[in-house]
Design a protein. Structure first.
Length: 181
């Protein structure tokens, strides 16, 4: 009995074929991030999650990981979606560290409008970090203010590009002094 040759373009799971090239991702149909179509920004796709290029990165290499099903809150995810989302975060984080030579990462989820979520679709920010990368902007904790401010507000980017979406709230988190941790 012979073993079939491994496929170089498609990985198969018991339930579906997973696109592994950009062409296959584009052919898989539209991918949505909240009310926005983001198919052309997607660079990694699993049966339940995808990774996309951030149109408004805080630092070079800042990407987003989101479930394929549009849900606003982490608690709305199924156990399978939750597992796949965080496995995808881990997989993409390793790649981002390698590609951008990062020594650390910020991985953040703003879960709901009152937590600063600007697009009503669960998404994890993966931000590669290096020593001193935000010294000129207030130090390593500046990333949280940037996520909560205009630098991290993806809704504005999509609206500027002609997309329509719902309102989202922005909040200001208090800065935590390192000595108080």
């Amino acid at each position: 009995m012979s073993t079939p040759a491994p496929s170089t373009t498609t990985t198969t799971t018991p339930t579906m074929s997973i696109p592994t090239t950009i062409t296959q991702i584009l052919k898989a149909g539209p991918i949505h991030f909240g009310p926005f179509t983001v198919t052309t920004q997607v660079f990694h796709l699993t049966p339940y999650s995808y990774a996309l290029v951030n149109l408004k990165p805080i630092l070079p290499g800042h990407v987003l990981i989101s479930p394929r099903r549009v849900v606003p809150r982490v608690t709305d995810l199924t156990p399978t979606e939750t597992s796949d989302l965080f496995l995808t975060v881990r997989r993409v984080a390793r790649m981002i560290e390698r590609v951008y030579g990062a020594s650390s990462l910020n991985i953040a989820i703003q879960d709901g409008a009152d937590a600063g979520q600007s697009v009503p679709h669960v998404h994890a920010h993966v931000i590669p970090r290096k020593r001193g990368d935000l010294d000129s902007k207030g130090g390593m904790d500046a990333v949280y203010e940037m996520l909560d401010g205009e630098e991290g507000d993806l809704r504005d980017v999509f609206h500027r590009d002609g997309e329509k979406g719902g309102k989202g709230g922005r909040t200001r988190f208090p800065r935590v002094d390192n000595e108080e941790r």
